[in-house]
Structures are given as structure tokens and as C-alpha cells.
Design a protein around this ligand. Structure first.
Ligand code: TNX
Length: 420
């Protein structure tokens, strides 16, 4: 029982870098692929087919719909160590997702050691939401995560959120705060902190951070955040983005950012992450991004924000975008979601897991699974090959594997006849 459903290509259709052909006959498997990623996905499919004993005979020709198939983990509001992050990567790889976006900094914590700016990890690393324990990765820790991910065809996209969401950085280096206050912060408000767009020290700081981050990053993208900069004027935001984007480019990387960055001119090759489904501002920004020639990463909060509660009884999570049940995460088409943003403008799909209310790996898994499987299928399988009833049956068949592995998935009544 395979999640995500294979595309079942016709005979002449190209496999591309991530596609594969898999034939199982009389217990013998034959794999054909153009590269390592295709071979890896063929092996993942074979593993899924072999979960309950020897696989039956099949012939599968498969390739993904979108090149960017991701999840985001917010390690800033609550910190998760290397072993936990690797376990999340295992879940991504099992369902052929290929990007782990790590939200490495926010008001409540800074999570990566930067050699040129040691106080970031020392001071900014200490805090987390609610006074919970903080933490920060050494660069060796971080390399370990990146390598573990690469072995499973997952690229890590690191995010340093700017110009807002920076209180942990300001607490570490108060000279960046001017007279705006540099106390550490452990609450859950957003939008109160900002870097100074007119201070050269801001850009020397970011150049140090982005240089080291780029050196740790084999992938093409550095994510510069850009969301909810409510304490930065529109003019300052424009000034800031005009100076930060070239820093990313100077270190050989492309810019990724939340939808708000589409309000200013973007460098070529930028990826813009659509998220806000409340009102028309999000869709307007998504259209503005496409009009600039940027590509869209689809993270609609009312579909794939994995920190939203499943229903009113979900003990964890938020509900500002509504409740997000498994079927909500499944039943949508990225190419028809925003008028004027079609298939060719879309880089892919990514499901963020913000962690204001999320403190343990059990918490993470109960929000991630089973919705991550729905996201994976939206991102991988062609729209014509998808239907909720078929998906639900294949999804329910995953549960024995999760039970055996001690994974604390949510027993959604949409999928499972009986609760826990
Ligand atoms: C909005 S989505 C945020 C985050 C919060 C999240 C909670 C986005 C780009 N910013 O700062 O953690 O809502 O759901």
C-alpha cells in the first residue's frame, strides 16, 4: 500500500531526476532510474510494498509532480536535538518528501552556533517559549543533520528570520537593538521586534551569519523569513530586503522567504512561500510573486499548517487558520488554489510545523502524522491519480508500521474506525 500514490507514467514519458521504474516479478525486483534520487524512491516504494511480506508482482513508472516537497520544523520556539530532527527526516524520506526547512531563529531562541558571533548560541540559545529549556546546534551537529538528510535525498533549507522575529539576536547583541529593548523573550506574541534597516551594523551581522550558513548548506536556498515584520515600516522593509538579498547571492545562494517578500523587488530565482489564507493579502502577494517571475512554494495555513488543531478536542496546537483535519490537508490542488498562480509558477508544497505549543517528539509526531502523508501525496502524485477514499484506505494501512515503531500518530476519525 503506497503513499504517495505512483504517477503511473506512460511508456514514452521521461523519468526525470527523481523518477523510477520498478518491476517486481516472481519475487525479483528490477529498478530503472536516471539518478540516485530515483533509485532511492524506487527502494522506498519497494519497502512499502514489502511491509507485510513478499511483494506481489507490480510494474510501476513514477515521478513527482513537484520538485520541492517539504516540511518545516520550528526549532526556535522549542528546541529539538539532532536525534529528533533525524527522526523527522526519516518520516519525510518514507513518503518521498525531499526538503526539510529548519526555522532556526525567532524571538524566543537562536539555534545555530555562528563562529563570528558566539553570543547568538550562548545567549540566544538559552531561551524557549514558556521558559522551557533552550539549546543550539554546534556546526558539527548541524553538519550531521545535513548529511543524514542528504543520505535520504532530503535537502535542508535553513531559515534565519529577518527583519522581524529577531528578539533572540537582539538579546545576544544589544547594540543591534538601538534603544528598542534587548530583553530575552519567552512569550508567543509576533511582530514586535525588528532589525534596523538603516544601520550598517545590521548588514555586517547578517553577512557574518549568512556566510557561515551558506558554507554549511549544500542546497541552493537560504530562507530569510520576512514574515510579520509589523514593527518595520514598509519603506524600511524595502530598504532592508534590497540590501539583504545581495548578501545571499554573494554567498552563492538563492533567496527563499515568506509571502511578504513579494511586496518588494526580488532577485532572480527567488522562491516565495505562500501561507496566509486569512483574507486576500496572502493571495495578492502570491500573485505579486508570480508577476515578478518568482516561483511559489504553497503552504496554505488552512490546509497544511501542521500546528493547527485537527478538531476542537486536539490538546496541542493553534486554531487561527481553523481546524485542519486529514482530509483538509489532502483535498486541494496547488495549481487551482490561488487565481492567477498556475502549475508552472509553483515550485512545490511545504507543510510548516510551528512549535509554540509543541515540546516533545510525541507532540511533533501527533501533529505530523498522518497529515504529512496527505501533504506528500499532494506534492508527489498527479491530481488525476488522487482521490480521498483511495488515499484513506492506503493511509489506514500505514498504522501497523507506526504502531510497531511506537509513533504517536493522531488516530483521526476520518481515517480510523476506532479511536486509540
Ligand atoms: C504565523 S506563518 C507565523 C509564525 C507562527 C505561526 C503560528 C508565519 C510565516 N509566521 O510566526 O509561529 O503563525 O501558526
Amino acid at each position: 500500500m503506497i503513499v504517495p500514490a505512483p504517477a503511473m507514467l506512460g511508456p514514452g514519458e521521461p523519468l526525470g531526476p527523481e523518477g523510477y521504474r520498478l518491476e517486481v516479478r516472481d519475487g525479483e525486483a528490477r529498478i530503472e532510474a536516471e539518478g540516485a534520487a530515483g533509485r532511492f524512491y524506487a527502494a522506498q516504494t519497494l519497502r512499502a510494498l514489502s511491509a507485510d511480506g513478499p511483494p506481489r508482482d507490480v510494474a510501476i513508472a513514477d515521478r513527482p509532480r513537484f520538485a520541492w516537497r517539504g516540511a518545516m520544523l520550528d526549532v526556535a520556539r522549542h528546541f529539538f536535538g539532532v536525534a529528533d530532527v533525524c527522526r523527522v527526516i526519516d518520516h519525510l524520506a518514507a513518503y518521498k518528501l525531499n526538503v526539510l526547512h529548519l526555522h532556526l531563529s525567532d524571538d524566543q531562541g537562536w539555534r545555530l552556533a555562528i563562529g563570528a558571533r558566539p553570543r547568538l548560541a550562548e545567549i540566544g540559545g538559552r531561551t524557549a517559549v514558556g521558559g522551557d529549556p533552550g539549546g543550539a546546534y554546534t556546526q558539527d551537529d548541524y553538519r550531521e543533520i545535513v548529511a543524514y538528510a542528504a543520505d535520504r535525498c532530503v535537502t535542508v533549507v535553513p531559515e534565519i528570520d529577518t527583519p522581524g522575529h529577531v528578539q533572540a539576536a537582539l538579546a545576544s547583541y544589544p547594540e543591534l537593538a538601538g534603544d528598542r529593548g534587548s530583553d530575552p523573550y519567552t512569550g508567543t506574541e509576533v511582530g514586535f521586534s525588528t532589525l534596523d534597516a538603516h544601520d550598517d551594523a545590521t548588514y555586517r551581522f547578517l553577512d557574518d551569519v549568512l556566510r557561515e550558513l551558506a558554507a554549511l548548506t549544500p542546497g541552493a536556498y537560504l530562507h530569510i523569513g520576512g514574515d510579520e515584520a509589523h514593527s518595520t515600516s514598509a519603506e524600511d522593509y524595502r530598504t532592508f530586503m534590497a540590501r539583504v538579498q545581495p548578501l545571499v547571492a554573494a554567498h552563492g545562494k538563492r533567496v527563499a522567504g515568506w509571502e511578504e517578500i513579494a511586496s518588494v523587488p526580488l532577485l532572480d530565482g527567488a522562491v516565495v512561500q505562500y501561507w496566509n489564507t486569512m483574507g486576500e493579502r496572502g493571495p495578492d502577494l502570491a500573485r505579486a510573486a508570480a508577476a515578478q517571475g518568482a516561483r511559489l512554494l504553497m503552504s496554505p495555513a488552512d490546509r497544511v499548517y501542521l500546528d493547527m488543531k485537527y478538531d476542537a478536542d486536539t490538546p496541542l496546537g493553534l486554531d487561527w487558520a481553523g481546524h485542519v483535519e486529514v482530509r483538509d490537508s489532502y483535498d486541494w490542488d496547488p495549481a487551482t488554489l490561488v487565481d492567477g498562480v498556475g502549475e508552472e509558477a509553483i515550485a512545490g508544497v511545504e507543510a510548516p510545523l510551528w512549535t509554540e505549543t509543541v515540546r516533545t517528539m510525541r507532540d511533533v509526531e501527533s501533529l505530523l502524522l498522518p497529515r504529512l502523508c496527505a501533504v506528500a501525496e499532494v506534492a508527489w502524485s498527479p491530481q488525476r491519480g488522487r482521490d480521498w477514499e483511495g488515499f484513506r484506505a492506503r493511509l489506514a494501512a500505514q498504522a501497523p508500521r507506526w504502531d510497531a515503531a511506537g509513533i504517536a500518530y493522531h488516530r483521526s476519525p476520518q481515517v480510523f474506525a476506532t479511536p486509540a
